[in-house]
Design a protein around this ligand. Structure first.
Ligand code: CP
Ligand code: NVA
Length: 313
């Protein structure tokens, strides 16, 4: 596998990557997973360091980055906002320049997309977006990997996101589906439609890949889906909107009746997790036979390791 074109690059959103490059990372992720299953231990990050900056909480993303980097001999350093000056006593630009002198790569999870972009611009090292208000790119590579493990090559498959259509996960799914030719339907109340500029940016990508992108308020839109996906109704940082979201989204809960609207017994259920059982997804679905959420969580680690191996060399 030729990974030369990835060396030194950041992952801020999938908009910056071609269909072929994303496919290459998917195949490499499968290889990385198979190696791990065979118990092959290598030291491909030996002598390397990774800064992990977290403004928001995390279980999967932090653990995936930290264990993937550490088990290959690298040294990850966890930096919460309690530990680091970023944006408080020091500008993001200056912090980026300093980290760039000490680390080989940076992972950032936080609020503004502009922060992760500034880190990438000023640090001179690969920066990975571990979730911002706008995008969650490492998540959706694991999601597509999980879809392919169950349904085969993703091109021409149908993925439906049901819930808060304007959140970071829905937005990232739209981009990666548009790039890879996955038909993508967002089932959401009109007040939570993805923003027009993102739809506009994705339209030419979808035209090139053959993806059919639709937005609907009707849950019948899940018919024929290979995968039904949901995420929390209240994302980190939006806690004040909780009451409003619950009343808007209750009709969109993914329960067995909604899964049955796919009219496919082989449709799988995906969720980035953490989940609020009884809100966006019923326990019967998360724990049920169509759920692949634990494989999906595990795949975060393999895909994140593949992204770091490709970009760090
Ligand atoms: N899916 C995901 O990003 O989980 P964490 O918030 O636990 O990292
Ligand atoms: N949309 C969620 C994703 C969590 C992984 C959030 O931003 O809180």
């Amino acid at each position: 596998m030729n990974l030369e074109s990835f060396r030194g690059r950041s992952l801020l959103t999938w908009i910056d990557y071609t269909e072929e490059e994303i496919r290459c990372l998917l195949e490499f992720s499968k290889q990385v997973k198979a190696e791990k299953r065979r118990g092959e231990v290598q030291e491909r990050f030996k002598g390397k360091t990774l800064a992990l900056i977290f403004e928001k909480r995390s279980t999967r993303t932090r653990c995936a980055f930290e264990t993937a980097f550490g088990e290959e001999g690298g040294h990850p350093v966890f930096l919460s906002t309690q530990d680091i000056q970023l944006g408080a006593k020091e500008s993001v630009e200056d912090t980026a320049r300093v980290l760039g002198r000490m680390f080989n790569a940076i992972q950032f999870r936080g609020f503004k997309q502009s922060t992760v972009e500034t880190l990438a611009q000023y640090s001179g090292i690969p920066v990975y977006n571990g979730l911002t208000d706008s995008f969650h790119p490492t998540q959706v590579l694991a999601d597509i990997m999980t879809l392919e493990e169950n349904s085969g090559p993703c091109k021409g498959k149908k993925l439906c996101f049901v819930g808060d259509g304007r959140n970071n996960v829905a937005r990232s799914l739209m981009v990666i589906c548009a790039k890879l030719g996955v038909h993508f339907t967002v089932v959401t109340p009109p007040d939570l439609n993805p923003d027009a500029s993102l739809i506009e940016n994705c339209a030419p990508l979808a035209a090139a890949s053959g993806a059919d992108i639709r937005i609907t308020a009707d849950t019948a839109g899940v018919e024929g889906a290979d995968a039904v996906y949901t995420d929390v109704w209240v994302s980190m940082g939006e806690e004040a909107l909780r009451k409003e979201r619950l009343s808007l989204l209750m009709p969109y809960q993914v329960n067995q009746a909604l899964m049955d609207k796919t009219r496919r017994k082989d449709a799988i259920f995906l969720h980035c997790l953490p989940a609020v059982k009884g809100e966006e997804a019923a326990a019967e679905v998360i724990e049920g036979p169509q759920s692949r959420v634990w494989d999906e969580a595990e795949n975060r680690k393999h895909t994140i390791k593949a992204i770091m191996l490709a970009t760090l060399g």
